[in-house]
Design a protein around this ligand. Structure first.
Ligand SMILES: NC(=O)c1ccc[n+]([C@@H]2O[C@H](COP(=O)([O-])OP(=O)(O)OC[C@H]3O[C@@H](n4cnc5c(N)ncnc54)[C@H](OP(=O)(O)O)[C@@H]3O)[C@@H](O)[C@H]2O)c1
Length: 175
């Protein structure tokens, strides 16, 4: 049972430009043909928890890219605002949400969206971070990380350097 982050970030720590665009990321294609490990990762998880702003960037994708149930965190969307099968809007304290999802049998969660990841980290609810660094400086945008009340120690597990210069590192939270 674990909660995972799997995300791409610029070297200066942004996950999107200020206007939300990710053109600096989508221009890359894994030269080894393995989607930078995303396919294997998504197969290993049971459900996705994403922030409302991330949901809005994927809401109109066709085909729908998520093979697992998606829980969209939002205090502004009503449950009826999202009509996609397999997508549920939730608004609750993060520890209560995680407890509910684990009770419902979703052992391994994929947590997505910058503000959402930061909230999970502040509550000590992330077990593993898999961060793919894209070799570009954006100078500003949507930050992956933010303020914390205390340090979050990380243990490096492994790093893969892709031939196109993307660097994927896996960290376990804790020493
Ligand atoms: N580089 C990558 O791999 C990658 C991956 C994912 C996303 N992105 C990009 O990141 C951007 C979105 O990230 P973001 O940091 O702006 O936002 P986000 O985390 O996707 O969404 C934030 C929103 O989620 C809701 N939320 C979060 N925690 C909540 C809680 N405990 N209870 C209720 N609602 C909660 C709130 O929605 P309400 O305001 O509705 O209450 C909040 O405004 C997009 O541009 C997306 O394209 C990039």
């Amino acid at each position: 049972m674990a909660n995972y982050v799997f995300i791409a970030a610029s070297i200066d720590g942004y996950i999107a430009r200020g206007d939300g665009s990710i053109d600096w990321l989508t221009g890359h294609e894994d030269p080894t043909g393995g989607e930078y490990g995303y396919g294997d990762f998504i197969e290993s998880i049971d459900a996705i928890v994403m922030g409302r702003r991330t949901y809005e960037t994927v809401a109109n994708l066709d085909p729908w890219p998520y093979p697992r149930p998606v829980f969209v965190l939002s205090s502004t969307l009503a449950p009826g605002d999202v009509r996609r099968p397999g997508v549920r809007v939730v608004s609750m304290e993060l520890p209560a949400l995680v407890a509910m999802l684990k009770r419902e049998g979703y052992a391994n969660l994929y947590v997505d969206g910058g503000a959402t990841i930061q909230g999970f980290l502040r509550h000590g609810l992330i077990d593993e971070l898999i961060i793919t660094r894209v070799p570009v400086l954006l100078g500003g945008g949507v930050p992956l990380f933010g303020p914390l009340e205390r340090d979050v120690p990380l243990s490096h597990v492994d790093t893969i350097v892709y031939p196109d210069g993307l660097v994927k590192s896996r960290y376990r939270v804790g020493r």
